[in-house]
Design a protein around this ligand. Structure first.
Ligand code: IMP
Ligand code: MG
Length: 200
């Protein structure tokens, strides 16, 4: 089950229009472990490829891959191999609302035909990006195709997308950090933080 979240204490980042933390890096790490446990169980004995959507999901996908390669003594999860693929999309530019017009900035860089694929994305908002990505990837002939998304702004959905793995359901606020950007900034914050949209 995904957890409901509200804005945490105000944290100052030098020069950044940040209101406060929404999700700490510790909470993110615990969620990555939990998702890796589920994925491990669901894909036992299957050839698996994780497709990261650039650039926002790079960090989440890397951490998920590393976790799957590490195993988890607590839950008995063994280290396992996964393949890595990338796909580039862009829809926001410097706006904070989705344009619904999804541009491909990089074609899929690894063959997924006949393989079990999971699209790893940072956030689902209106759903346009993932819907477009899923249609494109279905055309590449994977054995199966699922979605793993770290953040879900469920109230903003305009098109229906099936998301098998969801990290956190979040309110309708603009967030940055852990790979997510505002106009290419703040991807390197270690946590997920809320942008003060009155200051941008
Ligand atoms: P959608 O197409 O409206 O579902 O938007 C998904 C894409 O928009 C994601 O890949 C993100 O790059 C971007 N996005 C949506 N919400 C946010 C946010 O709060 N912060 C940063 N990027 C966002
Ligand atoms: Mg993105």
């Amino acid at each position: 089950m995904s957890e409901r979240l509200t804005q945490g204490p105000r944290i100052e980042y030098e020069g950044a229009p940040i209101k406060g933390e929404l999700i700490s890096s510790e909470k993110i790490a615990a969620k990555v472990t939990e998702l890796a446990d589920r994925i491990y169980e669901d894909y036992k004995g299957k050839e698996l490829v994780l497709i990261g959507i650039l650039k926002g999901a790079s960090r989440f996908k890397s951490d998920l891959m590393a976790e799957l390669g590490r195993g988890n003594k607590k839950t008995g999860r063994k280290p396992r191999n996964v393949k890595e693929a990338h796909l580039g999309t862009s829809s926001y530019g410097s706006e904070i609302t989705s344009s619904g017009d999804v541009k491909k900035t990089l074609e899929l860089d690894t063959d997924i035909e006949g393989k079990h694929a999971i699209v790893v994305e940072d956030i689902i908002d209106t759903g346009h990006t993932l819907k477009d990505v899923l249609e494109y990837l279905e055309g590449k002939g994977p054995a199966s195709l699922e979605v793993c998304v770290l953040l879900d702004k469920a109230k903003e959905r305009q098109v229906e997308v099936e998301t098998k793995y969801v990290g956190f359901e979040i309110p309708s606020v603009f967030v940055v950090g852990y790979g997510l950007d505002f106009d290419e900034d703040y991807r390197n914050l270690p946590n997920i933080a809320i942008v003060d949209t009155s200051r941008i």
